[in-house]
Design a protein around this ligand. Structure first.
Ligand code: BTN
Length: 303
């Protein structure tokens, strides 16, 4: 069905070795999860691709998103990008559904159909591994501006104190050079609700603003801004985008809970340094935290 064709119940039951009624039950389960599956007695089952799906993504950019690999469903667009890292720089991998979406620090990322932007950008920067780290902050900045939200360091985008967007950057590198980096961007755009365990920290743009947005246009805007900041960064380092980043970052000037090596301590978010690290102050003094190693939360809520 993901190829856009019709598949009869009979064919599914034959291929999967299950009864017709089991096919029907599974289809209904998928429908409950948000998959739009149409059926006709003559032709069988067909997936309906929403009008604002990323299948026709076409940002006004020089190279980011000029090449697109879209599938209805995959495990994770980051994994797809890594698997096909031979594709040109700027290739965007996008999907309507991720069945095993991945988040930072080994967490999973809920990626149901219909409501979100799940996409990954393949990059091949001529930078050393430490120089690539702020690329993830550039993506957070691009997303925050497009979503009119705030940045919770390092790269969560929050609206009214709850998370609407997360970014997972992965890279393949040697000591001195980067083979490729994958910047995975997940945005809850029109997701109507969240499971109880996520409700206090996750939200969607539609829930917070009361208006649903066209996902394709929003994704194009994010990619356009990202390309701009990525170019600045590859020329001038994080310093080239630091001021814009600081203006949007709400972790600065707040009491935060720092979760490091499994233990939580309290600190004050003082600044973002020239490398993109969060400078905190606690009873031991001032120090910089790198984004790959720690998690930061608010004292009274998520931010
Ligand atoms: C986080 O905040 O923990 C990061 C979430 C990143 C989710 C995106 S969705 C597209 C890409 N594919 C993935 O499996 N993860 C990222």
């Amino acid at each position: 069905m993901a190829d856009g064709g019709c598949v009869s119940g009979e064919e599914m039951s034959r291929c999967l070795g299950i009864t017709r009624s089991a096919v029907w039950k599974n289809i209904n389960e998928l429908r409950r999860e948000g998959w739009q599956i149409e059926s006709s007695t003559k032709r069988g089952y067909m997936l309906k691709i929403p009008e604002d799906a990323l299948s026709r993504l076409s940002p006004s950019t020089e190279f980011v998103g000029r090449n697109l690999v879209w599938t209805y469903s995959c495990e994770s667009t980051n994994s797809e990008a890594k698997r096909r890292s031979d594709m040109p720089e700027g290739t965007v991998f996008a999907a309507e559904v991720q069945t095993a979406g991945r988040g930072r620090l080994g967490r999973s990322w809920l990626s149901p159909p219909g409501g979100g932007i799940w996409m990954s950008v393949l990059l091949k920067p001529e930078l050393t591994p430490p120089e690539v780290v702020p690329v993830t902050l550039a993506a957070g900045l691009a997303a925050a501006e497009s979503l009119e939200g705030d940045i919770k360091w390092p790269n969560d985008v929050v609206i009214n104190g709850k998370k609407v967007c997360g970014i997972l950057t992965e890279m393949s590198a040697e000591m001195e050079r980067v083979n490729y980096a994958v910047v995975g961007i997940g945005v809850n755009v029109n997701t109507p609700d969240f499971p109880p365990e996520l409700c206090d920290k996750a939200t969607s743009v539609a829930i917070e603003t009361g208006v649903s947005k066209n996902r394709r246009k929003l994704a194009e805007e994010i990619l356009e801004r990202f390309e701009l900041y990525y170019k600045k960064l590859t020329k001038g380092g994080f310093a080239a985008i630091r001021e814009e980043y600081r203006r949007r970052c709400i972790t600065i000037g707040r009491e935060v809970a720092v979760i490091e090596h499994g233990s939580t301590t309290r600190a004050f978010g003082a600044d973002i340094d020239e490398s993109g690290a969060l400078v905190i102050e606690d009873e031991h003094g001032r120090r910089a935290l790198n984004s790959g190693e720690v998690s930061v939360r608010g004292i009274y809520g998520y931010v």
